[in-house]
Design a protein around this ligand. Sequence first.
Ligand SMILES: C[S@@+](CC[C@H](N)C(=O)[O-])C[C@H]1O[C@@H](n2cnc3c(N)ncnc32)[C@H](O)[C@@H]1O
Length: 268
Amino acid sequence: MAAGIFGFIFYIFSLIWSLIVALIGRIYCWIWFNILSVNMVKYDKRIEEHKLELFADLADFKEDTEVYPITPVVQQSRSPSRRKQQTAVDDKFTILEIGVGWGGNFRYFPEGSDIIAVEPTFPKERFAEYLAMIHSHGHGVQISKVVATDPEDLSQVETETADVVVCTKVLSNVRNVDQVLQEIRRVLKTGGRFYFMEHVFQPERSFTHYTQRLLNPLQVKFGDNCHLTRETWKNIDKAGFAEVRYKRFSAYKMPSIIRPHLMGTATK
Ligand SMILES: C[S@@+](CC[C@H](N)C(=O)[O-])C[C@H]1O[C@@H](n2cnc3c(N)ncnc32)[C@H](O)[C@@H]1O
């Protein structure tokens, strides 16, 4: 009798506990998403004009790759008598984005793009909810895959998969910029393009230069490994891309320590 009562209490307790865990999970997911998106929306508004400039030619690039696929897919006929190689068109335009966050870049992507989302900081077990949230900002793109790893190791993504890799406001946080760039080069198709925008160090001696140097250790420690003194253009220059184009600019609406910015493209 006593065992039965205890069993019943234990059953009710586990039901309540599962409910609490599910609720906390949802709340955690909601908080994470909303804090990130509120901050990101603010940041994004301030640099919107620069993002528009960065992605201005992306739709044209997509159209060019549809007409002249950057890596033609070579297919073999099944029939042994007709086993001559044929070139087919890979009709998916794949964008791999590192540090997708709340999906704020999707609105700059051509409609119909296929997205591989890399987002290491999101709690891995809550992907389904995360995806649903991201989808609500989908802007006509489809997320075909979410990769929950650090971008230094994208081994879940096959070599030469992406027509385009996008990475904005992320390289200042990663552990190893050079390793991430090598992974980006590996997953890009030959002729594919890497679009980037980052806040960077101001190498010219100025008030900003000295404040960045002074505050960098604090920012790294308390700001999710965000570095203020990275000269990211140097890493990109030596990463082995066939063609690199960038400019440094001042994101004049941002606070002075993250005002110096870099944006551009690198083609494999
Ligand atoms: C400042 S937000 C930028 C979001 C988005 N790329 C944009 O431009 O709106 C930085 C993003 O990078 C992610 N992130 C943080 N540390 C990272 C790391 N070490 N590697 C890859 N992504 C990281 C964060 O979770 C967040 O989604």
